[in-house]
Ligand binder design. Structure first.
Ligand code: HAM
Length: 416
């Protein structure tokens, strides 16, 4: 017997409906905001991510699933942004589309230690807008994230935003942090002492209690921002205020990936425990050029689907909406039921039958387990009269109905 790889999950038929529902809401919402879907390969060249996310990030250092084939090394994508920028450049979308709004849904892979809300294969719902540095785009993106969450019926989330500023500002922020953290260097945890050298911004994400106490004493109230970046950030805030969107400014929010500049944001949910980020994103105004494309600004975000389910607390719904289930009693009825099944399906109504010759009682139990809306019982009596016995599984009502009017009746209550 084989087991699934730790940190991966099978999405079983009984829980697929909530995935499909979430995907449907996602597509509708993105379409409302005029975003187009893009699907890129799951496998990419390893250096794409090393270059985009940064050699010193946790993802590149420890979490890449590498696939070696002869002299090439590929990796299972740990995130979507770099792959989308690669696709944008490679397919010359800057020449045909220029400014573009893209969304994606799909699996991502990170070799992390699995725990609640932290998987090795998880799913992103994400988007990237390439081709504009306007603060109004930042406002649209954050508002879109908020709209998605509302449409998913998720409550109790918290949107935090910050601005890292341009590359020069980011360097200034690194200097400020270095100055302020230096006196406490030997009180930081082992990881943070390494981060202090390699990627000091990541110290701000540390969950270690001793580090958190030191971080509380820092004074970094966006002093690193140049006038242009400060104006940009003020306009983003102004736009969010105008939309009456609930958010807080957190000067300690920096995001760990190298590509971010200016606006960054993170959405957390208090019900999730240690892994409380349900989504995150930000601007990356240098990445397109960095990866060989034109100088174009961009911004995006991604939600972790499994964490959205944890936050929504929605149980995995059972059954198929509006299913009709035929139970035939006797050989003749069984033959006739196949024709009836075909007729009902051709009318666009989802329908199934008992293929296992169960007793009436057992077949009714099966229909119930499947979440059928209607059961159609076809016995010898009904066959003679050209009728079926129709049971509404919701109300329990049962009556005999002529075959000719059956599909009309099923359509009224079916919804499929
Ligand atoms: P990220 O913060 O690395 O950003 O991931 C986004 C979300 O994916 C997280 O907030 C979390 O909900 C979920 N997530 C991350 N790792 C795991 C995991 N191991 N298991 C379960 N869920 C996880 C990005 O990936 C950026 N590409 C977002 C972005 C798009 N920025 C600009 N555009």
């Amino acid at each position: 017997m084989f087991n699934r790889v730790p940190g991966t999950r099978d999405i079983l038929p009984q829980e697929i409906s909530r995935w499909q529902r979430l995907e449907e809401i996602t597509r509708k919402t993105f379409s409302l905001f005029n975003y187009s879907e893009i699907r890129t390969p799951i496998i990419e060249e390893e250096p794409l991510f090393n270059r985009s996310l940064g050699e010193s990030t946790e993802i590149v250092r420890k979490q890449m699933f590498l696939v070696k084939k002869e002299k090439d090394t590929y990796c299972l994508r740990p995130e979507g942004t770099a792959a989308i920028v690669r696709a944008y450049i490679e397919n010359n979308l800057d020449k045909t589309n220029g400014f573009i709004k893209l969304y994606y849904i799909g699996p991502m892979f990170r070799a992390e230690r699995p725990q609640k809300g932290r998987l090795r294969q998880f799913h992103h719902i994400g988007c990237e807008v390439i081709g504009s540095a306007e603060p109004e785009v930042d406002v649209e993106i954050i508002s879109l994230a908020d709209n998605l969450l509302k449409n998913f019926s998720i409550e109790g989330y918290n949107i935090q935003i910050n601005s890292l500023g341009c590359l020069e500002d980011k360097n200034k922020l690194v200097d400020i942090l270095r100055q302020q953290l230096k006196p406490s260097l030997n009180k930081l945890c082992d990881d943070c002492r390494v981060r202090f050298k390699d990627n000091i911004l990541r110290v701000l994400d540390c969950k270690n209690e001793a580090c958190r106490q030191i971080l509380k004493t820092l004074d970094i109230k966006n002093k690193h921002l140049c006038p242009e970046c400060e104006t940009h950030f003020n306009k983003v805030r102004g736009g969010l205020d105008a939309l009456k969107l609930n958010y807080t400014v957190n000067p300690m929010l920096v995001r760990g990936l190298d590509y971010y500049t200016r606006t960054v944001f993170e959405i957390t949910h208090s019900g999730l425990g240690a892994q409380d980020a349900i989504g995150a994103g930000g601007r990356y105004d240098n990445l397109v050029k960095e990866l060989g494309g034109p100088k174009l600004s961009a911004i995006g975000f991604a939600f972790g689907v499994e964490r959205l389910f944890l936050a929504s607390g929605e149980p995995a719904a059972n059954g198929k909406k509006g299913l009709s289930f035929i139970i035939s009693l006797g050989e003749e009825a069984k033959k006739a039921s196949l024709l009836l099944l075909d007729k009902i399906r051709k009318e666009g109504i989802c329908c199934d039958t008992d293929y296992e010759n169960r007793s009436l009682k057992a077949a009714m139990r099966r229909a119930n387990d499947l979440g059928a809306a209607y059961v159609l019982i076809l016995g010898e009596d009904e066959l003679k009269k050209n009728t079926v016995t129709l049971k509404n599984m919701g109300s329990g009502e049962q009556r005999e109905i002529h075959i000719e009017t059956l599909t009309e009746e099923l359509k009224k209550g079916c919804g499929c």
